[in-house]
Write a protein that binds this ligand. Sequence first.
Ligand code: ADP
Ligand code: ZN
Ligand code: ZN
Length: 754
Amino acid sequence: MTNNRFADIILPLAVRGRFTYRIPDDISENVRPGVMVTVPFGGRTLYSGIVCSVHDKSPDIKNVKPVINVHDTIPLINASQLRLWQWISEYYLCSEGEVMKAALPGGISHNNFKPRLEIFIRLSGKFTEDDMNEMLDNLKKAPRQLDILSSYIRLTGYSSGSEVMLISRSSLLSEARSSAGILDTLIAKGILTSVSQEVSRIAETESSKEPVKQLSEPQTVAFGSIKSQFQEKDIVLLHGVTSSGKTEIYIHLIEEQLKKGKQVLYMLPEIALTTQIILRLKRHFGAVTGVYHSRLNDQEKVEIWKRVAGNNSLSRYSLILGVRSSLFLPFSDLGLIIVDEEHDGSYKQHDPAPRYHARDSAIMLASIHDAKTILGSASPSVESYNNAVNGKYGLTELKERFGLIKLPSIILANTREAYRKKLMVSHFTPELLQAMDDALGKEEQIILFQNRRGFSPYIECSECGWIPECIQCAVNLTYHKGIGKLVCHYCGYTTSMPSKCGNCHSSGIVTKGFGTEKIEDEIKIVFPAASVARMDQDTTRNKNSFNKIIRAFEEKRIDILIGTQMISKGLDFENLTVVGILNADNLLNYPDFRAHERSFQLMEQVSGRAGRRQKQGKVVIQTSDPANKIIRLVLRHDYISMFRMQSDERITFNYPPFCRMVKISVKHKDRTQLNYYSDILGRDLKEIFGKRVLGPESPVISQVQLWYIKTILIKIEREKPPTKAKQLILEAIDRLEKVKGASALKIAIDVDPY
Ligand code: ADP
Ligand code: ZN
Ligand code: ZN
């Protein structure tokens, strides 16, 4: 008799849909939703997939292939995770397999996680005082063995009748300055015993438990308001100015959840931020706190995964601090998700699929667990604030800094005028230099923000205007002086700095514009006595580099820290009083409907680092356009006017949050072919969506890694559920894929592409 049990399985492929396999009798008991199995696919390829459901409906195909084996009888993925994967795949128009690839730490699928074992030594029994004395006496003839035994007693504080304690073998040997051979003799004599035990791969910091800080009066009001709004609403937006104590409020909310035995996920947009916050959390919540981000190696990620799931002998994590991907951990009982700096663009994954927004997915994850979500920001995204204004989210505001310290004062420094009057020193205005000089004189610290890394964004021939570009992408190469090379920031292509022009062969090559590396060079010349450091992608490639730089700044071993947006968010330094924004113009002039919102947020954010403790800070914004309306709003820290201005504009021009957007990118290695196929798709979509379709057009970067790109944007009404429109888009893409020759295209769909 043939078996009639089947399993629907998610495979790590970009193909939408689940795959049905037959379940052989002998493994039938173990094939359950959430377990990982091996199955054949295509020719002879074997894949690891996740079982979503088990049923007896025979699929409409002959020769249904069998499941080959089950990795582990305990499900790897729980039902809530499967629901999240499904939601992400439906909402963001990708396959569940792509979500699976993003969700699972490498290595977990091979089931080759080896707990890290360490050898510990203990007394082999609870010896009486007499026995003990006798042993010590006997060992007088073997002084080196005696050393080990007395070291053990010293380290564990053993006295007869007390519990026998473990001591790690390595620390025992180093305390006794002895060797393994001598220890082995004691073990052979039955005096000591060795045992091996699992230890963590995650470096543990000292975690003494301090009580949470008492909230100030306005914080208490805000805390109460959040909790009462949670009675009716699942999501509350906490709009609090920088340094108002949002983090302290989160800590109080976390404490309540942990007391109830619930899990909490605390999300941050940037790894650099986890360094400081993790210490703040561990101080209060100790060993139940784990941190999850992309810098961990696979084994570390798997350990955290297992500690969240609770199937590991080490302590269970009930509070996770993490970036985007921490959404995918195996939570079973979340009570609260905190999305800090909710406006931040890093929450969106652009490439590869799933192109998900971690804030929006977190809201879905919370609803799956019947949990609450708190979104926090000093300058919320226009959509979240809009949701708060229209009542969909609750809203709590904190308008003052903790300790009633004033928000930093902002000085505008006009670069155009300073250049004209020849007052600029390198790239620094007199206003900025003055503020820096004052701060250094008082031994206060400074942060300089420049949103570009490298030395200069491009180099140019002063004779003929030639600018070297990437050979694979339509972008200028950035000069990195430290390595003496030109680098493409899109694909990583690297070439040496030319000594002559590639066009007219003159030697008049000059650097143009400036990045963090150049600022660092120049600052060292202007302030030779100051200690200067830089924090950007190039200086933080090593695992602990964030930690080192942040700690050095906290310990005042750095006077001036130069950095990209990495230093703009969330960091809390006591002695930092001056912030310089070196070039506000390139933030404002970015060609995107969000450029103004983003530049307001970024300037507000980076300003927020200044003067957080004792006294008001000072921010110098260098710009050639001090009359710019966004800059005027930053000057007054006027978020509400920024919000109104932006939402009016977006209503007028029909942009999110007043419509939904779906972006389709079509790529081909041949420009003519690309035009041909993208036009077919454009015409097809216009027949369905009419004027809601924009493009196909060439994006600002029209070629990356030899692939030419065209984009089509579709605006969908907010009022209707987007499911139907998304279905029609998928069908149009399916039709294009059937056109002859279309298989040479790469097509990517991005829902909410901002
Ligand atoms: P935000 O998250 O809003 O930027 P933080 O929570 O980081 O603000 O608070 C800013 C600084 O003020 C931190 O150093 C924090 O420890 C301190 N602080 C805030 N609230 C309190 C409080 N109630 N008691 C003691 N210190 C506080
Ligand atoms: Zn490139
Ligand atoms: Zn030239």
